[in-house]
Design a binder for this molecule. Structure first.
Ligand SMILES: [Zn+2]
Length: 341
């Protein structure tokens, strides 16, 4: 069974990061926010702590003071927006200063409150902005599912594209249908698959179908449908039908059935692709080759045995395909469906 994945529900409490150096304000604000389960609050007592806490969660709102030890709250806004452009930032300050207000607007702050403020005014802003974050996140964040028959298929076929998605803060999941036990020790390959997924900032669902006997129907379709139900992908990547390996072709067929309602479906090129593989889309992975190579390197039990994992071949392949689109390096994709990208 693949691990279950928690989906966001509008009714769950807002996740709010409060960056505030005044302990009394921090405590009052926290008390207001936690009343009636409106929010779960994490407090950071200066900009540095705020910076450290930011990557740990998908915040619905960041509330920050301006003047604090260890850095300015106005700079924090820029950092938050650079990391998650949809996350709203509410600035609260005791200093009425036109320059601050101008900088806050320039840095895309979503709201500003001057201390002291009334509880109702504060909570109204919080509700509005936290809800806005959730709406923007839902609209802007793509959810990506890459399906492969064996560990390393996805990394070779579309590792650069997945790294590109991760860099854009899209939600990336890899579904690998077998442990690849015919190619090596299943436990070692599972460990390697997890390490590779982590490098691509992807979640891994590692299923346990029989390597070399991955079916085109039944269990394969069920696994893919289950992953799709959990992830609701906007974009799906899978094997091409133009492939000499039966597991790859069967994974393609099973995916085509399971993914019939997904807007964007693409097929990547593994080393076993035939000359019929005919891409119609090229993804610029020039900035992501390093990460792709690292992910492939994570399969160290295989890299010595399999010539197709050699870094120079991976790079040469990307260089070759890059020329079709004017990129230095590209991953080629066959387009099954593209209704919005
Ligand atoms: Zn494979």
């Amino acid at each position: 069974m693949p691990p279950s994945i928690t989906r966001p529900f509008q009714s769950r409490p807002f996740q709010i990061l409060v960056v505030e150096d005044s302990p009394e304000y921090a405590l009052i604000v926290r008390q207001w926010l936690e009343e009636g389960d409106l929010a779960q609050v994490t407090l950071a007592s200066d900009a540095m702590q705020g910076r450290a806490a930011f990557p740990t969660r998908d915040w619905d709102l960041v509330i920050t003071d301006i003047e604090m030890p260890g850095g300015n709250g106005l700079e924090l806004i820029q950092e938050v927006k650079a990391a998650h452009r949809w996350t709203c930032v509410l600035v609260m300050t005791g200093v009425v200063n036109a320059e601050y207000a101008r900088t806050a607007v320039q840095n895309d702050a979503d709201g500003m409150l001057f201390k002291p403020f009334a509880k109702e005014v504060f909570l109204e802003q919080v509700r509005k902005l936290a809800q806005l974050t959730r709406q923007r996140r839902q609209k802007e964040r793509r959810s990506v599912l890459a399906v492969g028959a064996h560990p390393d298929d996805v990394e070779i076929g579309c590792g650069g594209t997945l790294s590109m998605h991760a860099a854009r803060q899209d939600e990336v999941t890899i579904l690998t249908l077998s442990h690849g036990a015919q190619g090596g020790d299943a436990r070692i390959r599972a460990r390697e698959a997890h390490a590779a997924a982590e490098l691509l900032q992807a979640r891994l669902i590692l299923a346990d179908l029989h390597d070399t006997m991955v079916p085109e129907g039944g269990a394969s379709i069920e696994l893919i449908e289950e992953a799709i139900a959990q992830i609701q992908p906007t974009d799906l990547y899978t094997h091409s039908q133009h492939d000499t390996h039966q597991d790859h072709r069967n994974t393609y067929r099973a995916t085509m059935v399971a993914a019939r309602s997904i807007a964007n479906v693409y097929c990547y090129q593994p080393p076993s692709a035939t000359v019929e593989f005919r891409p119609g889309l090229f993804i610029d992975i020039s900035d992501h080759m390093q990460r792709k190579l690292q992910a492939i390197e994570a399969y160290s039990s295989q890299t010595a045995l399999r010539a197709y994992l050699a870094p120079d071949l991976i790079v040469a392949t990307a260089r070759y395909w890059g020329r079709f689109a004017g990129y230095v390096m590209a991953e080629p994709l066959e387009v099954i469906r593209q209704r919005g990208r």
